[in-house]
Design a protein around this ligand. Structure first.
Ligand SMILES: Nc1ncnc2c1ncn2[C@@H]1O[C@H](COP(=O)(O)OP(=O)(O)O)[C@@H](O)[C@H]1O
Ligand SMILES: [Mg+2]
Length: 167
């Protein structure tokens, strides 16, 4: 019997776009979800680390977790699991890197770009900041601006675009 190719879904989008919500729907269908926010939250025990830790220390910690999860992703692919990588994948270089990694293990990637306008993002992030938990990393306006400035929207990269209503 031919072995079934695993699927790796790469989530892409700004904070508040709905990536984690989407990824959790895939988990209900049997996907394993990899999330840096989840691990950072567990290690630090707080969700607003991005605001209280020095930016460099926060970025260093996230990069360390990302490297661990990259190895975990390889193990999961080898085990034949479907995986959703719940990152923001804001840079094209990172998307290309993961696509190549997935292909080199004979798996199939999907790039899902969740889009929402700025007003929607702000409204959702404002509401989410009242909640607590790993999915609720606090993103204030200044941090959202930083992310908006650096976000490289995928174009012509084989992405699926999911546009959300500005409600
Ligand atoms: N399709 C949607 N419609 C309305 N609200 C949504 C939708 N998807 C997510 N949300 C809400 O928006 C907020 C941000 O979603 P989340 O999945 O945490 O985004 P991200 O992981 O991209 O930062 C959450 O409070 C979530 O409940
Ligand atoms: Mg999220």
């Amino acid at each position: 019997m031919e072995e079934r190719l695993g699927t790796v879904v790469l989530m892409c989008g700004l904070p508040g776009a709905g990536k984690t919500t989407y990824a959790r729907q895939l988990v209900r269908r049997g996907y394993v979800r990899l999330s840096i926010d989840e691990v950072v939250w567990r290690r630090l025990g707080r969700r607003d680390a991005g605001l209280v830790l020095a930016a460099e220390a926060y970025d260093r910690l996230k990069e360390e977790v990302r490297r661990e999860q990259r190895r975990e992703l390889v193990e999961l692919m080898l085990a034949g699991r479907d995986v959703v990588v719940d990152y923001s994948f804001w840079s094209r270089a990172a998307r290309d890197d993961y696509k190549a990694l997935v292909e080199s293990h004979g798996c199939r990637w999907e790039l899902v770009h969740l889009k929402a306008d700025r007003a929607t993002l702000e409204r959702r992030l404002g509401r989410r900041s009242d909640e607590d938990g790993a999915d609720c990393v606090t993103v204030d306006r200044a941090l959202l601006d930083r992310y908006l400035a650096q976000f490289e929207a995928p174009e012509g990269e084989g992405e699926q675009v999911v546009v959300q209503p500005s409600a």
